[in-house]
Design a protein around this ligand. Sequence first.
Ligand code: PEP
Ligand code: MN
Length: 364
Amino acid sequence: MSIIALNKWIPNLKKPLVVAGPCSAESEEQMLTTARELVQIEDVRIFRAGIWKPRTRPNNFEGHGEVALPWLKTVKEETGLLTATEVANAGHVELALKYGVDILWIGARTTVNPFSVQEIADALRGTNIPVMIKNPINVDLALWLGAIERLEAVGLKKLVAIHRGFSVAEKSRYRNEPMWKLPIELKRRLPEMPLICDPSHITGRRDMILEVSQKALDIDMDGLMIETHPNPDAAWSDASQQVTPEMLNQIIKSLSLRTEFSSDRNLEHELEILRSRIDRFDNELIEVLANRMKIVSEIGELKKKGQITAFQVHRMDQMLKAREDSALKLGLAKKYIDEVFNIIHDESVRHQTKILNSFNEDPK
Ligand code: PEP
Ligand code: MN
């Protein structure tokens, strides 16, 4: 993978990179008012505005389209901010390139569709324009990786992933569930890929943006995309999640910026000692799990002899309840222990099913 680092194409970049601007481009006036304030905020380097808006239901504002492209150009000329907009097909790409938009992004509703992503990639072949790829709406890391691979395959190297949360069936306090495990896994698989968080679409509400932004920085994400509007409540789309440039400034000022390493040698040394203790515990855990599995095998042999099923729902319930009780006494969260033991139990059942169905032993 040959992704170009953010600071190679954004001069004098400091962390976090902030992408800000309205959900939708409503008028030239709205864009310029917003951009003039945003350019005063040091971390804001990219101005975003949706020109083609994918709306869940028809008869909502679907963006001004081509007429709004010169407005982005004016923002760039007046403020020097880099400009970005969403593209969902080859026609959008062609127009965005024609009007000199600096950066494109692929929205969550497009990342889910390999045909659309491929169409965009083909339209971008031969350019070296930066592209930001939002995670797909549904919880599917492969689709996100797939979209990145399609863009890489046409030679694009200035790529950025955007974590904007996932749509799930259960209601929660988020508009889109963050499911932090997924962006973390993306980072693990593609360590060079810049990754930014979009707390606006994750939360759907402006009072939760700071909390989610901090969490994103705490897992070492490179930046934030935050929807900003001069009069958020009057916005034509996503009104409840947009903030004024002034609120954005406050949010950025309130963030604690932590780094992956400390310059304090003693602190790094203390960390190392604690980490080696963790390593030791982890190895013990693995040994315990291996010993547990030996007993699981013995039980499997007995079940085979007695023609007993590998999975017994009562045993599972009893076991989980007992583990939860022990864990609670030691101050561990119920949900955590539930997840751990579900994984352990699933693997035991899988192992025993194999034993029950092994036919190469004496059939008696
Ligand atoms: C947006 O950024 O305005 C947008 C439509 O986002 P998403 O694709 O994440 O829903
Ligand atoms: Mn939006």
